[in-house]
Design a protein around this ligand. Structure first.
Ligand code: ATR
Length: 280
């Protein structure tokens, strides 16, 4: 019997129970996935003790606790340390162990959509944005066959900080959003990791795609709406596109593997999730 869940505050409209309960069913495992709201005036350390007493064997972490939970865990995996955030915790021999599945989940979703992407020539990757979501994605991409990764952000110092926190033989550089618009033709993969384009500002695009080549793949982690203005414009220019909502499923798949040591398939859940998000 698995007792799993999510900590955060506030927790509204979380898709995680739906995803993890589908995985439990698919793997014929008995269990539950509950939402544990922890208010800012409560002690996070006490809340973690409570979870142990309730028999919780694993949980996800969402805002505002992804960083705050780290010093309270018994161990944190090296990748999560480098990212500076934990989104998945596993109880191992009575100890809480922290991981970050966001970036790896994102890259998995990208590879499912484009299986050849990292198999041939080293890729030139452009990441737009330098916020919390960027860290995991940049870190996971450093494990892939990339020739160069550019981080372009409104605030360049944030992009510089992310690069400085990682040690990798892959060349990384930073750029302003305006400078990068003129250099889009040199990238094979462009990923928006910023919140630009999210409801209700659905007409916003973080950069103009005027100079993009049609061979470039454009990806957006914004999933409300699923087809952002950036992806719509990329598709209009003949580019391959990748929708951000599938990242939710693959980061969950990876967390589920850590908790149960079983690997559910995501299969048709992408289409189902699209319907849930579109309110059908
Ligand atoms: P998260 O943790 O969800 O990634 P975040 O840390 O607030 O969210 O990061 C949001 C990202 O979107 C940042 O890169 C932010 O740019 P700044 O670092 O300059 O703040 C970017 N962003 C948000 N609104 C933007 C806008 N209107 N134009 C350009 N970038 C924007």
């Amino acid at each position: 019997m698995y007792t799993l869940g999510l900590i955060g505050y506030p927790i509204t409209h979380s898709l995680s129970p739906w995803i993890h309960e589908s995985f439990l069913q698919q793997m014929n495992l008995r269990g539950t996935y509950d939402l544990f709201e922890i208010a800012p005036d409560e002690s996070l350390a006490d809340a973690l003790e409570d979870l142990k007493e309730k028999g919780v064997q694993g949980f996800n972490v969402t805002v505002p606790y992804k960083e705050a939970v780290m010093p309270l865990l018994d161990r944190v995996d090296d990748a999560a340390k480098q990212i500076g955030a934990v989104n998945t915790v596993v109880l191992r021999d009575g100890e809480w162990v922290g991981y970050n599945t966001d970036g790896k989940g994102y890259v998995r979703s990208l590879e499912v959509r484009y299986p050849e992407l990292f198999l041939n020539d080293p890729q030139h990757v452009l990441i737009l944005g330098a916020g919390g979501a960027t860290r995991g994605i940049y870190s996971a991409l450093l494990e892939k066959n990339c020739a160069r990764i550019t981080l372009a952000n409104r605030t360049i110092a944030s992009a510089e900080k992310i690069i400085a926190q990682h040690d990798s033989p892959i060349e990384s550089d930073v750029a302003s959003l305006t400078a990068i618009e003129r250099k889009l033709a040199s990238y094979d993969l462009i990923i928006n990791t910023s919140s630009v384009g999210m409801k209700p500002h659905t007409d916003d695009m973080i950069i103009s795609l005027e100079q993009v080549r049609k061979e470039t793949i454009v990806s957006d982690i914004v999933y409300q709406p699923i087809e952002t203005a950036l992806l719509r414009e990329a598709a209009r220019r003949g580019c391959g596109i990748h929708f951000g909502h599938t990242m939710l499923l693959y980061q969950a798949q990876y967390a589920f593997e850590l908790w149960t040591e079983t690997s559910p398939t995501v299969g048709s859940m992408g289409d189902e999730l699209q319907q849930v998000l579109e309110g059908n």
